[in-house]
Design a protein around this ligand. Sequence first.
Ligand SMILES: Nc1ncnc2c1ncn2[C@@H]1O[C@H](COP(=O)(O)OP(=O)(O)OP(=O)(O)O)[C@@H](O)[C@H]1O
Ligand SMILES: [Mg+2]
Length: 361
Amino acid sequence: MNSFIPATSIDGQAPPERSTGDEIIRLVDVRRRFGTTPALDGISLTARRGEIVGIIGRSGAGKSTLIRCLNGLERADSGEIHIEGRDIARLSEKELQPLRRRIGMVFQHFNLLSAKTVEENIALPLKIEGVAKAERLQRARELLELVGLSDKAKAYPSALSGGQKQRVGIARALAARPALLLSDEATSALDPETTRSILALLKDINRKLGLTILLITHEMEVVRSIADRVAVIDAGRIVEEGSVWSVFANPQASITASLLGGIRPQLPEHIAARLSQTSGAEAILSVDLAGPAAQGALFAELSATLPRSFRLVHGGIDHIQNQPVARFFIAVPTRDATLPARVGDFLKARSARVEVLGYDN
Ligand SMILES: Nc1ncnc2c1ncn2[C@@H]1O[C@H](COP(=O)(O)OP(=O)(O)OP(=O)(O)O)[C@@H](O)[C@H]1O
Ligand SMILES: [Mg+2]
């Protein structure tokens, strides 16, 4: 598998203009405006070698604009865009060409050439570079093996499923041995099972090749399953950033909480709808825990310390990046008016985040 390890410097190019350690991407205050719309409104972000960074945001947040600025298809109005230590914002179109080869692109709709076979599609970036035919077909075969499609070399894209087409798209993106893979909604056109297999493939490639991947998506599940870090983008700004498990455990921005809505336990709708904000027989509390705190026998301890002080309503424990992330909803009787506060204090003393959502009868 050695042949897949990307070179660590730009082939045949002058060394990077400054030492950046292991930073593959460094964006500093990048801005891009379309008319009055600030598509990118001061983005600063880094990605280190071997990292998978998820960029998540709603439609129109600026994700594709960010990708286009990164691969030089679009010019930023201002800011610095360093790829392997070189600021591409300062390069001419001609100087950009070799740098573009350091970046592989994977697209939502695959963008394969229908008149070319699978192996020709994969070898195309090498053909453009002037690599000899025998060598580029050899490379295509290696890549087909890597993406699990060795038997499809001579097939045409029309004979492939969506998932197979995306495997070809990924193989093509890797042909020129990039240092960075940019994926713009690579799984958005695929069903959930195929999505999982493509994400597993990206993770596998990331491990085997030490490849840095920037994963653009509007789906938290994509970030959850393979990213190391996540940046949440909204209206052209990064509103939240951190390791995936910590952002999932404790989202700070309301947009993050709303993007997490589908994959994080929520208070069941029929209960939420009838909650009173003033009084009721039970207080409904949300309890969020992460890391070591989520591993303890918290509710058993609570029962032992304050007998019959709560009942479980909903929730569960997830594991993200091997860290437990728990979210529960509990009901605490209010016949003793001090009980909800005592339960809350007990849980908070054990690192839980506790919120009273309302009262139920
Ligand atoms: N070429 C353009 N001309 C004018 N406005 C543009 C152009 N490209 C993007 N925009 C605007 O910039 C903003 C960001 O668009 P962008 O395509 O980056 O969003 P996105 O996060 O990729 O959205 P989606 O999830 O729908 O793909 C939007 O308001 C969009 O209308
Ligand atoms: Mg987009």
